[in-house]
Design a protein around this ligand. Structure first.
Ligand code: ADP
Ligand code: MG
Length: 338
């Protein structure tokens, strides 16, 4: 049976739930609210949104580094909440993470070769020759020469360290890599090289990615679909080209308009995104974007807009741009996949 590699259903994470010290009520951070999406094998789903909107929490929920408050994560159709320790271990093998700051996630005392072969050595013993051959192969995959295996992280550039982080993620031949702000700390030219590398690897190895970035301009050139998050919720999920050609949610539109554009012929709008992101401790009523939205009407302050499927295959949560009444009745789940 073939189906999505990963399916996320109504995933929700509230931090600080329950009674605190001396039964004092702890305020609840609504980090992730009712998030649903799926990822097909070999597909890239980008998740974008301003800092604090819940992107990394989604990643941690998928890796089961934190437990969800509600909702489920299914891998190959199996709910990961029910997995035994052993099954979880083999699932983690299929899913790897690449982080923003490879420097802090790479052991400074290990050589590049040791760092990238370590995941394999957690599962099987390698002799010196096997280790060297594997290190050379993995370095080759990320465009680095075999001599680099003897270097320490401190002897590498930022781009090389990020290549190392990717090589380590590739070591166990994962089906899915979650890249959380993986290029955000790099110069624009190095960013482009790493993005190209990720896309090449996807072509060669059929890896699926969840590519997370606070910077929408980074995902303009990669990814099959893009999910835009605002205050813990997906507000628009669309095929990438459609999203950039015609953003529907006013938040997506504002993000695109305010993103830095490398193309000088394209007009850069004056920051249309006024104000701060509201606190997830106390999200606004109705549509959480309404206090910053130029289109907000009375209904937006009162009623939370549902995610509504549009004819071009995207889903949007906006009373103004995607009013519920005008849409044909359709099961929403069907449109969450590509
Ligand atoms: P992003 O990756 O989009 O910047 P995060 O997922 O890191 O966002 O955080 C989402 C919200 O959850 C933020 O308001 C953050 O402060 C809060 N948060 C994240 N982790 C914790 C935690 N362990 N305890 C309490 N609040 C948290
Ligand atoms: Mg983050």
């Amino acid at each position: 049976m073939s189906g999505p590699l990963l399916k996320v259903e109504n995933l929700t994470k509230h931090y600080g739930v329950g009674a605190g010290f001396l039964k004092k009520k702890i305020p609840v951070v609504r980090a992730v609210e009712d998030v649903s999406f799926s990822v097909e094998p070999g597909e890239t789903l980008c998740i974008v949104g301003e800092s604090g909107c819940g992107k990394s929490t989604v990643a941690r929920l998928l890796m089961r580094l934190v437990e969800p408050t509600a909702g489920r994560v299914l891998i190959d159709g199996t709910d990961i909440a029910g997995l035994t320790k052993g099954a979880m271990r083999s699932w983690r093998r299929r899913m790897q993470m690449v982080f923003q700051d490879p420097y802090s996630s790479l052991n400074p005392r290990l050589t590049a070769g040791q760092i990238i072969t370590e995941p394999v050595e957690n599962f099987e013993r390698l002799n010196r020759n096997q280790r060297q051959a594997l290190a050379a192969e993995l370095l080759g995959k990320v465009g680095m020469s075999p001599e680099m295996m003897h270097r320490l992280p401190s002897e590498l550039s930022g781009g090389q360290r990020q290549r190392l982080g990717i090589a380590r993620a590739l070591a166990l031949k994962p089906a899915l890599i979650i890249a959380d702000e993986a290029v955000s700390a790099l110069d624009v030219s190095v960013q482009a090289q790493i993005l190209n590398l990720l896309m090449d690897l996807q072509q060669q190895m059929g890896i699926a990615y969840i590519f997370i970035s606070h910077d929408l301009s980074v995902v303009e050139h990669i990814g099959h679909r893009v999910a835009v998050m605002y205050l813990g919720r997906i507000v628009e999920l669309a095929p990438r080209a459609a999203l950039f050609a015609k953003p529907v949610h006013p938040y997506t539109e504002a993000l695109i308009a305010s993103a830095p554009v490398p193309d000088p012929t394209r007009v850069r709008h004056e920051t249309p995104l006024d104000g701060e992101v509201p606190s997830p401790l106390n999200p606004p009523s109705g549509c959480a974007f309404h206090p910053r939205c130029p289109l907000a009407m009375e209904r937006c302050r009162i009623e939370m807009p549902p995610l509504v499927p549009l004819a071009d295959g995207r889903i949007v949560a906006c009373h103004v741009r995607a009013p519920m009444s005008e849409q044909p009745a359709q099961p929403q789940g069907a449109l969450l996949t590509a």
